[in-house]
Write a protein of this length. Sequence first.
Length: 299
Amino acid sequence: MLFQKLVTIEPISLIPAAEKQLHLFAKEVIFYPDIPSGDEEIANRIGDADAVMLSYTSQLTKEALEQCPNVKYIGMACSLYTPESANVDINYANSRGITVTGIRDYGDEGVVEYVISELVRCLHGFDQTPWTDVPREITGLKTGIIGLGKSGGMIADALNFFGADVSYFSRNEKQDAKAKGYRFLHLDKLLSENEAVFCCLNKNTVLLHSKEFKALGNKKILFNTGLSPAWDEKPFMEWLENDNLCFCDTTGALGGDHFLKHPNVRCMQVSSGRTSQAFIRLSNKVIDNLSAFTGIKIQ
């Protein structure tokens, strides 16, 4: 099936070869170079198109889609884990018979490198005071992973490689993790027992409330590798005032610019998953999704 018109309503991070390949799936392809201001502009950009593509910076809502009756396919050139965490109203789209595809697991390698890099710098004291005054290795460090999905599993494997004691919390115990020697713990126990905790959750998933921060306690290192905070803001702010450290690569993961100057926050303000290799993986997955939907095979 060849689309009549495919519209990218905002910039999408495809490599040049993949951008050219988009023309193989539609008679007309329109690229917009900037981010739309809201529903009306998005609807105007889509117009009579039957295929739409977007990244993670815009929201494709029911209100916009209601004005675009020809849409048959929405391609998310960004992560799709659950309808609730998506920036597309997937439930409404599906109710109209619109297929929505997304991708995942394209930037995890860079995230793992970021976590290990920052943890090593923190423990050894590279360009900073060592975490416990004397330089330390990861060897023997008690670490807890919250959310043992693809990225959480990769972080666990990296920590294990460096000799950390790895435990995790997820919706259920995972046999492959058990085989590697990773301990499954309930959340409060994981928080209280581990010195370094890594939140690897889907966007808009909040598991750390007042009770959990009390369990986490003092003199702890907290990483958040998700796209949004894994915590309620008020207890997080109170926890930060003690002898703790929080690492996030982006302000989105941290919860806003107002935390950036806090002395116990380390935020790079750069998405660690946005690497040249990640763009290649993203592009290949986007093209694969289009091929699967249209039946057009790309050599």
